[in-house]
Design a protein around this ligand. Structure first.
Ligand code: FES
Length: 120
């Protein structure tokens, strides 16, 4: 059984193999969304990009990026900015990321406007 550790919340939970991180977070009371997205989001259909997370460890234990994640980085400004400003992090959509082993997750990674690589 995979263990998912939400590092900001200091919560570790057991998950089913193949379960997505959004479902795991919701089952265990971990808030993935910020601001208005707490109420308005696409409910896991991979369209709004508000469930973005950064994988701190265990990327190899997660599913590969699917079509929605690959296309949204070009068309959704929220996900695009998070990816651009966090090049050292593995930014993913929680609703599109299934776990198959232990992972560490940072919820809602900040946009790093002043990062070394953002304006280069
Ligand atoms: S909940 Fe909208 S993209 Fe994941």
């Amino acid at each position: 059984m995979p263990t998912v550790k939400f590092v900001n919340e200091k919560v570790s939970v057991e998950a089913k193999d193949g379960e997505d991180i959004r479902t795991i977070a919701r089952k265990n009371g971990v808030q993935l969304y910020s601001g208005p997205h707490k109420v308005v989001n696409c409910m896991g259909f991979g369209a709004c990009c508000s469930c973005n997370i950064a994988l701190k460890a265990g990327s190899e234990n997660c599913s590969k990026k699917g079509f929605l994640e690959r296309i949204n980085k070009w068309i959704n400004p929220l996900l695009g900015l998070k990816l651009l400003s966090n090049p050292e992090k593995d930014v993913r959509l929680a609703c599109q990321t299934q776990v198959h082993g232990d992972v560490e997750v940072e919820t809602n990674p900040p946009i790093n406007w002043h990062g070394d690589k953002f304006w280069n």
